[in-house]
Ligand binder design. Structure first.
Ligand SMILES: *[C@@H]1O[C@H](CO)[C@@H](O)[C@H](O)[C@H]1NC(C)=O
Ligand SMILES: *[C@@H]1O[C@H](CO)[C@@H](O)[C@H](O)[C@H]1NC(C)=O
Ligand SMILES: *[C@@H]1O[C@H](CO)[C@@H](O)[C@H](O)[C@H]1NC(C)=O
Ligand SMILES: *[C@@H]1O[C@H](CO)[C@@H](O)[C@H](O)[C@H]1NC(C)=O
Length: 273
């Protein structure tokens, strides 16, 4: 789930100052298949990433459908622009899209959730581990693995990805297609219809709300200073972010500072009008 579907097409087109993405040679000759009408990469590692997230079908079906829509809507947008398609690493896009919320897994013995980090980080780490442990993982160099981690871990940090490389941008961008918003002109209507028809979004927001609230119940410390804290404040009795915020750290610093430097005056700069 990406925050506010701020689809900054302009940023994608013009503002990246990162070096152009270096494509893996393998990406040139990858087999393809069609899912819900959308042509996608069909390499072994993509197939295995897809198989892996199928375990969520009985457990958290909204999650499986969200991951598939993210991948397929992103792929439909890329397929619709040959220039774009040629500049994005489509296999990385597939694996990144499919595995971007692994840490939403609510099983007590989830292999994807460390209970120490927010879900975007755990999902990124889990995706990288999946690739490293895959028989074809040796085709992924450090740069590609870092893009995978970045694209997943930055998904809710609004704006950061806009100035990263195009591969990271498109993982985050594809997640953004999920937000309520007018249909993007980047995706032809027929693909919205076939993707939505095969992978429904009918419980996406209720499922997301439930998952995010559970993080605040089970691992509150991973939610402090993130957008997840609001779910705790709104829905979880006894939850309190106050005392754990960077705000609180700075207030404590003021008290400490006044004790250490009682004679140093602080002169604020001119007030904002
Ligand atoms: C395709 O994508 C490129 C790169 O983002 C962009 O410059 C171009 O305007 C797009 N073409 C169309 C027809 O949308
Ligand atoms: C579900 O997806 C369809 C197709 O993209 C979209 O038109 C609709 O607004 C979405 N509904 C919600 C609640 O996001
Ligand atoms: C599922 O996708 C196929 C294209 O692969 C499409 O023909 C079909 O109508 C879709 N199903 C629904 C229920 O929309
Ligand atoms: C969001 O999820 C929490 C936890 O499941 C639930 O208590 C709350 O009612 C949900 N909010 C809505 C609007 O459904």
């Amino acid at each position: 789930m990406k925050f506010a579907g701020v689809i900054s097409t302009l940023a994608l087109a013009s503002t990246s100052f990162a070096a152009p993405s270096k494509r893996s040679c393998a990406a040139e000759t990858l087999p393809t298949t069609v899912i819900a009408g959308v042509e996608v990469v069909d390499s072994q590692i993509v197939r295995d990433a897809h198989e892996l997230v199928k375990e969520f079908i009985p457990l958290q079906p909204y999650l499986y459908n969200h991951l598939l829509r993210t991948w397929l809507l992103g792929a439909a947008a890329l397929n619709n622009n040959a220039t774009l398609k040629a500049s994005v690493d489509l296999e990385l896009h597939a694996v990144g899209s499919l595995l971007h919320d692994l840490a939403w897994d609510q099983r007590d013995d989830s292999p994807y959730n460390s209970h120490a980090y927010r879900f975007e980080i755990d999902s990124g780490v889990s995706a990288v581990d999946f690739v490293k442990n895959h028989p074809d993982g040796d085709k992924w160099d450090a740069v590609r693995l870092e893009k995978l981690y970045d694209g997943i871990s930055l998904q809710t940090i609004i704006g950061v990805a806009d100035f990263k490389n195009i591969d990271v941008q498109w993982i985050v961008h594809s997640i953004g297609f999920e937000f309520p918003q007018p249909r993007s002109p980047l995706i032809p209507e027929q693909f919205y219809d076939s993707v939505q028809g095969n992978f429904t979004n009918s419980t996406l927001f209720r499922g997301t709300n439930d998952t995010f609230t559970r993080f605040a119940v089970k691992d509150p410390e991973t939610t402090y200073n993130t957008f997840l804290a609001v779910f705790g404040e709104e829905y979880v009795p006894g939850y309190q972010e106050k005392g754990h915020r960077l705000f609180d750290l700075i207030q404590g610093g003021i008290a400490l500072e006044l004790g250490q430097y009682p004679d140093v005056p602080f002169v604020p700069i001119a007030q904002v009008a």
